[in-house]
Design a protein around this ligand. Structure first.
Ligand code: GLU
Length: 403
């Protein structure tokens, strides 16, 4: 869950959006993009995988004309690899009239996507997010009321989301919604802002309102309206940001270490999202590919990992032995392949690496596969080498790790 910024007002929108995304860089990301409606009323979108500088270079090569409304996004991929195509904004509607950005996970995207495909929608990305763009656009085209269309759609989404939308047919308004993900409004004079946190706009204004759970924001240059998901009027509490832009690089925390420690409860909640059924039972369909649900297919488990990931493996050992009644060994990946470990087709090797690029863990994984074991990766980075080389992968959705 990375960065979101929105701006409506007289300033150069591209500059405000890029400045906001720079200030949100501390959250980490793998891609970035912006959409603006220019003064000729045309929606323009630029998006690039990789660092913000790639987006800046793209904008230098394909500039956007003057605009006074727009949205910007930094992505940490949860559904679909970090590519230009999967970067946000995602577009919807006739002639790609509408742009939408999203931080979080739409848990029920698969069923919504099936419904949209049956109605002839064409998808351009592998993200969960794109369903929301098509749904809002379709509903808006049907009713002609953007706020009502947006409200209806956010009520259909399960999971965690901060979503922002602009549409070239309503070029004076940004719509935003939040559930289980952060969103703050920045109040200016004749201009207004949205951000994942105040860092996104603190260089322009210190007046802010935190958006509550299940609330919608209708943001114009001269007005801010807050609604519940049920359409009721809400009143946001204004507060003053008491730190300056220089503190924003770590979101106000003294170090990334402190920030990431504080992030842990949210990281665990995000990882469990979509993996608990209505009875609170954990569901991991990813494990089918390694036969973990087939009776007797696995006779023992070897966890390979390095450093902190190996400590995490020790905790997993307690849990797996207790609940699955399988014997579990935790091996340091950098020792594993230099012994002659006893592994066979009945061995499940679980390789843990946050980045999915830890070389020793990768080498241990290759060794295990060559010796007939099935490999399950536990990894926090979509499309990482470890994920690609394993038989199955369980992604944690903990967001980027900087510390
Ligand atoms: N789930 C979305 C994606 O994978 C948004 C990820 C984010 O929070 O940046 O594109």
């Amino acid at each position: 869950m990375c960065g979101i910024v929105g701006y409506v007002g007289p300033k150069s929108t591209t500059e405000v959006l890029l400045g906001g995304l720079r200030r949100l860089e501390y959250r980490g990301y793998d891609s970035a993009g912006i959409s603006v409606v220019d003064t000729a009323g045309v929606l323009n979108t630029r998006k690039k995988a990789g660092k913000l500088d790639n987006l800046v270079a793209e904008l230098a090569e394909h500039p956007i004309s003057e605009a006074h409304i727009g949205i910007g996004h930094t992505r940490w991929a949860t559904h679909g690899a970090p590519t230009d195509q999967n970067a946000h904004p995602h577009l919807g509607g006739v002639q790609h009239r509408l742009a939408l950005i999203h931080n979080g996970i739409i848990e029920n995207f698969a069923e919504l996507k099936a419904e949209l495909l049956a109605n002839g929608a064409k998808f351009e990305s592998e993200t969960d997010t794109e369903v929301a763009a098509h749904l809002v656009a379709a509903e808006f085209e049907r009713t002609g009321d953007l706020v009502a269309a947006f409200t209806k759609v956010v009520n259909r989404l399960h999971g965690a989301f901060t979503i922002l939308v602009i549409d070239q047919d309503q070029p004076d308004v940004i719509l935003a919604a939040r559930r289980n993900a952060p969103l703050v409004i920045g109040l200016g004079e004749g201009e207004n802002f949205l951000g994942s946190d105040v860092a996104a706009f603190v260089e322009h204004t210190k007046r802010a309102i935190s958006v509550g759970q299940d609330e919608i924001v209708v943001l114009r240059a001269g007005s801010v309206q807050i609604l519940g998901f049920d359409g009721s009027e809400k009143h946001g509490e204004e507060f003053t940001v008491d730190w300056d832009a220089s503190a924003a690089s770590k979101g106000g925390w003294p170090s990334f270490m402190a920030k990431e420690i504080a992030d842990q409860p949210q990281a665990v909640a995000d990882t469990l999202m979509g993996r608990l059924d209505s009875h609170g039972k954990v569901r991991l369909p990813e494990l089918d590919a390694v036969g973990a649900h087939a009776n007797g297919a696995i006779s023992k488990v070897v966890i390979v990992a390095c450093g902190t990931a190996a400590y995490a493996g020790e905790i997993a050992r307690y849990a797996i032995e207790k609940w699955a009644r399988l014997s579990v060994a935790v091996e340091l990946a950098h020792e594993f392949r230099y012994r002659d470990p006893v592994i066979d087709a009945g061995t499940l090797v679980i390789a843990i690496s946050q980045s999915g690029e830890t070389m020793d863990t990768l080498m241990a994984t290759r060794y295990a596969k060559e010796h007939g074991a099935k490999v399950l990766a536990v990894c926090n980075t979509q499309g990482a080498t470890l994920a690609r080389e394993s038989d199955a992968v369980l992604y944690t959705h903990a967001g980027p790790e900087v510390a």
